[in-house]
Design a protein around this ligand. Structure first.
Ligand code: PRP
Length: 202
């Protein structure tokens, strides 16, 4: 199979495009402006005036973070954290650190960047962990918020798009079985794709 056919196949597995690349780009620009404005106008609390530290949660946040930081007109640094949540088998909400931050966040202004806040368990865990490290401030920016799925209340300061229905979205970082992250839009995965996988795993 050629590469072109494989890419075509990926898009064919999408039922409908929910958010176009143009809509994502426009929203990211606005979020970047809001973030820059807020941190210039009092959101920054670092007593030493160090740059904002943007923390991307791997892997889904990568495309969003890459675009967002270029829309924020502020001095900033970025770092990454990788966590894994156990959804099947063990109790929900159990989160393990795979890769921790490279540097201390003590007395720093931290902006966590997520691709999606779903049940809220991952973010809740990360926030608890970060607060224990005494940062100057912590805010959260997510591309997608899915409040219908929330199990734990978490503070989210910046939201790209709120998805009111419980649909399975992929693209622009969001995956199903590690695939579809490279789609330039956010779309709804065809039901038969994950139904097939469910049957195969039986
Ligand atoms: C996704 C997403 C969030 C989390 C949200 O990560 O990036 O971190 O799930 O879900 P929650 O609100 O129900 O906790 P995932 O574990 O799928 O890893 P990934 O980013 O590598 O795809």
């Amino acid at each position: 199979m050629s590469i072109i056919m494989a890419v075509k196949g990926l898009k064919e597995e999408i039922e409908r495009v929910l958010i176009t690349p143009e809509e994502i780009a426009a929203r990211v620009r606005v979020l970047g402006q809001e973030i820059a404005r807020d941190y210039r106008n009092g959101a920054a609390k670092d007593p030493y005036g160090r740059p904002l530290l943007v923390v991307g949660i791997l892997k889904g946040a990568i495309p969003f973070l890459a675009d967002l930081i270029r829309a924020v007109d502020l001095p900033l640094e970025y770092d990454f954290m990788s966590v894994s949540s156990y959804r099947n088998g063990t109790s929900p909400g159990e989160v393990r650190i795979i890769k921790d931050l490279d540097r201390s966040i003590s007395q720093r202004d931290v902006l966590i960047v997520e691709d999606i806040v779903d049940t809220g368990n991952t973010l809740d865990h990360i926030l608890r962990l970060f607060r224990a490290r005494a940062p100057a401030s912590v805010r959260v920016c997510t591309l997608i918020d899915k409040p219908v799925r929330r199990e734990v209340e978490v503070p989210v300061h910046y939201v790209g798009f709120t998805i009111p229905e419980n649909v399975f979205v992929v693209g622009y970082g969001l995956d199903y079985a590690e695939l579809y992250r490279n789609l330039p839009f956010i779309g709804v995965l065809k039901r038969e794709i994950y139904e097939e996988a469910r049957v195969a795993n039986r």
